[in-house]
Design a protein around this ligand. Structure first.
Ligand SMILES: Nc1ncnc2c1ncn2[C@@H]1O[C@H](COP(=O)(O)OP(=O)(O)O)[C@@H](O)[C@H]1O
Ligand SMILES: O=C(OP(=O)(O)O)[C@H](O)COP(=O)(O)O
Length: 399
């Protein structure tokens, strides 16, 4: 892959950068700016080289049309603070405002285009639609730098198709991520334990079939645990459930047993009456979640169980919070998992935390980042990388 240096003299050149600025927000307040900080080395290198930097990024999952709550305005403001220079925010993605904003850039200045997922072509399954958006993006730039590691597993216009239209290079963040993650893919020290959770259940269930052939143990928390409990025949109340995946999960359980891979499920669950910070909390056995109750975290016995299944590992990969850590009463499971990774690391394990929310959880719950071997900005992307899959956003950069 070509690097930024391989793009030659960038003074006066318009460089389009795909970053992952999908940060957690409370209203318009960014609760963790880790992904913005992670983008700084590439952006600073380009600005210092005199490039006119145009950044494209997404926030959340808007449905192909502008929605105020998914505006990148808070990101533009925070990025400006971190860079110490103004970041012009275009009001649209590739339209009149984007063209005018880019045309007004001087050497060493930076602009951010509005949320690229406001354009339905970004995530279209139709190659021609994505290519048309890539043409519009390419018209705004002379070169493309791919630096949004958290989205390199997505075959989307601003990640994949635009690289086919412009001279391109890999950014520093993607390079760093790949070299750190390789430590866990190339002959991992064993036991190799993968801890899964979070809310992107269908995305992450998909990685399990491959991980069964690689990991020694899978520890399942977060939103996905309920599909496992349902596959074992337990009722899950009103918890997050992917009913159409129950048979698939039954297949994983059978496969794991056959291959000798241990699947660790919680034995107790913290439940609430509603998805709210102040809902009354109860702890129930994992096989007896009452009707109407919502499972929002693993319970205290499960915290101990999970910790015991993590601390003896020599390689640990964790993606997805064990519970709704944003609500204090449901942060215990995620804290226990984070602490267990730190303890495993102290005992010599190589530990990886992946994912926008998991990395944010580690920081906002007060853990020291230096206690982990690598904190990846990508959850789904790091899991697919560890599965050994070809990631479209990386493959397209290879010559
Ligand atoms: N039991 C649960 N029910 C619903 N959401 C959950 C549950 N456990 C965790 N979550 C949510 O999962 C979200 C993160 O999921 P995800 O995006 O998959 O992780 P990451 O960004 O680390 O890859 C968090 O916002 C958290 O509140
Ligand atoms: O937050 C992200 O991924 P992650 O939750 O797997 O870390 C990325 O920005 C990708 O977002 P997407 O899963 O909506 O494509």
């Amino acid at each position: 892959m070509k690097t930024i240096e391989d793009l030659g003299d960038l003074r006066g050149k318009r460089v389009l950068v795909r970053s992952d600025f999908n940060v957690p927000l409370d209203g318009t307040t960014i609760t963790d700016d880790g992904r913005i900080r992670a983008a700084l080395p590439t952006l600073t290198a380009l600005l210092d080289a005199g490039a006119r930097v145009v950044v494209t990024a997404h926030l959340g999952r808007p449905k192909g049309a502008p929605e105020a709550k998914y505006s990148l305005a808070p990101v533009a403001a925070r990025l400006g603070e971190l860079l110490g220079k103004p970041v012009a925010l275009a009001e649209d993605t590739v339209g009149e405002s984007a063209r005018a904003t880019v045309a007004a850039l001087q050497d060493g200045e930076i602009a951010l285009l509005e949320n690229i997922r406001f354009d339905p072509r970004e995530t279209s399954k139709d190659d021609a639609e994505r290519a048309a958006l890539a043409d519009d993006l390419a018209a705004l730039a002379d070169a493309f730098v791919s630096d949004g590691f958290g989205v390199v597993h997505r075959k989307q216009a601003s990640v994949y198709d635009v690289a086919l239209k412009l001279p391109h290079a890999v950014g520093n963040l993607v390079l760093n991520e790949v070299s750190s993650l390789r430590k866990a893919t190339d002959d991992p020290a064993r036991p190799y334990v993968v801890v899964l959770g979070g809310s992107k259940v269908s995305d992450k269930l998909g990685v399990i079939s491959n991980l069964l052939g690689k990991a020694d143990r899978l520890v399942i928390g977060g939103g996905m645990l309920f599909t496992f409990l349902a596959a074992k025949g337990y009722s899950v109340g009103s918890s997050l459930l992917e009913a159409d995946q129950i048979d698939t999960v039954k297949g994983y359980l059978a496969q794991a047993e056959k291959d000798g891979v241990e699947i660790v499920l919680p034995v107790d669950i913290r439940v609430g009456d509603s998805f709210a910070a102040d809902t009354p909390v109860a702890v129930v056995p994992a096989d007896q979640i009452p009707d109407g109750k919502i499972g929002l975290d693993i319970g205290p016995e499960s915290e101990k169980l999970f910790a015991s299944k993590i601390v003896d590992a020599k390689t640990v990969v964790w993606n997805g919070p064990a519970g709704v850590f944003e609500f204090e009463a449901f942060a215990g499971g995620t804290k226990a998992v984070a602490q267990a990774l730190i303890d495993a690391g102290t005992a010599g394990a190589f530990t990886i935390v992946g994912g926008g929310d998991s990395a944010a959880a580690v920081r906002t719950l007060g853990f020291d980042e230096s206690g982990f071997g690598h904190i990846s900005t990508g959850g789904g992307a790091s899991l697919e990388f560890l599965e050994g899959k070809t990631l479209p956003g990386i493959a397209v950069l290879e010559d």
